[in-house]
Design a protein around this ligand. Sequence first.
Ligand code: GDP
Ligand code: IMO
Ligand code: MG
Length: 428
Amino acid sequence: MPAVVVVGSQWGDEGKGKATDQLGERVDYVVKFNGGNNAGHTVVIDGETYALHLLPSGILTPGVTPVIGNGVVVDLEVLFQELDALSERGVDVSKLRVSASAHVIPSYNRTLDRVSERFLGSRQIGTTGRGIGPTYADKMSRVGIRIQDLFDASILRQKVEGALENKNSLLVKVYNRRAVDVDAVTEELLSYAERVRPMVVDCSLELNRALDEGKTVLFEAGQATMLDVDHGTYPFVTSSSATAAGACTGSGVGPTRIDRVIGVIKAYTTRVGEGPFPTELDNEDGERLRQAGGEFGVTTGRPRRTGWYDAVIARYAARVNGLTDFVMTKLDVLSGYEEIPVCVAYEVDGERVDEMPDSQTAFHHAKPIYEMRPGWSEDISEARTFEELPARAREYVEYLEDISNCRISAIGVGPGRHATIVRHDLLD
Ligand code: GDP
Ligand code: IMO
Ligand code: MG
């Protein structure tokens, strides 16, 4: 089973980091292919908690080669900080590879992310403020700075100058900020060059060769299906391709080489930032889920919005990613409910809708249609086989599997590395 993609099936924070980490011992490469340090993955190993943002979760597993693909946007200061922090904790980070074609997040894009959000007022997206959107915008506008540009000082200066031509007008005339100095930015970027140089590779060549040799490559998405710039709840999305297809464009590995696509999905739903969320619980039930699930952002510390499981979204994620398996996380958080509502379809302007509406207006109007499922009272965090789960927890999973159009191959019952029930091997 050489090439496997792991994606988020909802609005992020489904537990992709834990799922990747868990498969880590059986893979050779873990590739981050989209996003940047807007992501936040918490991985718990032997009671030790690691919070990762920019680095692929595979960095925590000895033997794995972690790769930052060309589809990622890299804040080099954050990269070095994260590497230093992990080194101090005894993690070997020497194997990290970074694509020469990945884009760099210059400091002016962090500024622009924040001021443009403020400018949007009530229409703001609630970004993480890390400069992600402006950097992808630069990439598409062909004024971005790539890792390889750091190794040619005169080209770099020209590119920074080109990028700042428009941005300085915007900053000064529209946002009433000070202009950014071309030389200062160029020097800052150049100061990172020597440290990153030994990590730089041709990502496509290295990964395709690895696959030719029969190595196992795991592609780890940041963000999630509903935050994907094409398939998510646009404009309340991130600016990259967080769905499975992004693994190909973001790494230079073709779709015919991908064998399996795993969607990580919570047994309920959360969202950070603005935008529509049909099953959101803006009440005590939502607060209970937030507290029981520890639903606070790893990156910004914001409380996550919470709601019941939404099978319309699950079916949509199965479709747009071509999922072969779901990994369902946080089933343990649902212990103690008498009944658990599950959204099976929406009502949109008086009509029942079973599939994700194709229009943003319709999605904003979508009201969940719930089926009530019996809950269970037992603590399930020690269960390690499906049979060890209480009958009603098994029925809940089987019901969700029935209505979500893809088998549920693993079930998370706690944050720890081994707190998982495997029903079907994910790499076989
Ligand atoms: P990611 O962004 O998809 O990697 O997910 P995050 O790390 O942002 O958020 C998932 C959170 O849930 C983390 O704090 C994990 O430690 C935790 N987690 C993952 N799986 C489980 C599970 O099955 N049960 C519980 N209780 N926590 C889990
Ligand atoms: P992981 O990988 C949850 C959200 C932000 C905001 C929107 C756009 O941990 O699942 P951006 O800074 O990307 O321009 O913000 O996307 N967002 C996430 N929400 N988990 C994430 O990553 C996210 N990355 C971005 O809150 O609504
Ligand atoms: Mg996260």
